[in-house]
Design a protein around this ligand. Structure first.
Ligand code: Z5A
Length: 210
C-alpha cells in the first residue's frame, strides 16, 4: 500500500489503558499492516517537553493558567519538531493525549474559559488536528485503581475525585460534540477486546489493515 501520514490520538482518564493500547496498536501496524509508526505523548514528547513534564507533574503547585500555558508550550514544540515532521514523512503517528486533554482537564476540570483554551490550542497546533481520536471510556475510580502511580500520584492525579469526574464528563461531552473524529471505546473490556475494536476502526475509518 502507499502510506500516507495519519495522526491518531488516544485519550482518557488516568489508568484508562492508553499506554497499553498504543503499544499493541504500534505492534499491529508495524508487523501486520507493514507501515512505519511513531509513538509519542503529551506532555513530554520532546527534549524541552520532558522538562515541562517534570514541572507540570512533579514539581511545585502552580496557578491554573500557568499550567495551561505550560501544556500549550509543550504542544507547540511537539507539533513543530515531532508531529508535523513525522506526518510529512508519511508516518503513522500514535500520540498519548492531545488537545482534547486540555479541554477536558483545563476547561471541564479546572474551569478555564473554553474560548481561551481553543485559542491557545490553535496557536500551539497551527491547526493540526487528529485524523482519529480513540477515547478510552472508563469510570474514574476504576482508572485510578488500575493506575500503578496512584499510590503516591503525580500533582494532577492527586486532585480530588470531583475534579477527575468533571474531566471524565468533559471527555464524554467532547465525544458527543465531535462524533466524526472521536471514537468512544468501552475501556472496561479486556485488553484484547479493546484492541480488536481499535483495529476495526483503523480499517474502517483510515483504511489501515482489516
Ligand atoms: N494533562 C492535562 O491536564 N492537560 C493536557 O493538555 C495534557 C495532559 C496533554 C499526564 O499524565 C497528565 O497530564 C494527565 C493529564 C494531564 N493527568 N493526570 N494525572 P500521564 O501521561 O503521566 O499519565 P496518564 O495519561 O494519566 O496515563 P496513565 O496513568 O499512565 O494510564 P494509561 O496510559 O491510560 O493506562 P495504562 O498504563 O495502559 O494502564 C494502567 C494499568 O491498567 C496497567 O497496569 C495496565 O496493565 C492496566 N490495564 C490496561 N488496560 C486494562 C484493561 N482493559 N483491563 C484491566 N487492566 C488494564
Amino acid at each position: 500500500m502507499t502510506q500516507v501520514g495519519r495522526f491518531i490520538v488516544f485519550e482518557g482518564v488516568e489508568g484508562a489503558g492508553k499506554t497499553t493500547q498504543i503499544r499493541l496498536t504500534a505492534a499491529y501496524l508495524q508487523n501486520q499492516v507493514n507501515v512505519s509508526v511513531q509513538v509519542t505523548r503529551e506532555p513530554g514528547g520532546t527534549k524541552l517537553g520532558q522538562s515541562l513534564r517534570q514541572l507540570l507533574l512533579h514539581d511545585s503547585p502552580m496557578n491554573d493558567r500557568t499550567e495551561l500555558l505550560l501544556f500549550a508550550a509543550d504542544r507547540a514544540e511537539h507539533v513543530q519538531t515531532v508531529l508535523q515532521p513525522a506526518l510529512d514523512q508519511n508516518t503513522i503517528v500514535l500520540c498519548d493525549r492531545y488537545t482534547d486533554s486540555t479541554l477536558a482537564y483545563q476547561h471541564y476540570g479546572r474551569g478555564i474559559e473554553r474560548q481561551v483554551i481553543e485559542q491557545l490550542n490553535t496557536i500551539a497546533t497551527g491547526g493540526l488536528t487528529s485524523d482519529l481520536t480513540f477515547w478510552l471510556d472508563l469510570d474514574v475510580s476504576t482508572g485510578l485503581g488500575r493506575s500503578q502511580k496512584n499510590i503516591s500520584g503525580d500533582r494532577i492525579e492527586r486532585a480530588d475525585v470531583d475534579f477527575h469526574q468533571r474531566v471524565q464528563a468533559g471527555f464524554a461531552a467532547l465525544a458527543q460534540q465531535f462524533p466524526d473524529r472521536i471514537i468512544p471505546i468501552d475501556a472496561t473490556q479486556t485488553v484484547q477486546q479493546i484492541q480488536t475494536e481499535i483495529q476495526f476502526h483503523l480499517a474502517e475509518r483510515l483504511g489501515l489493515g482489516g
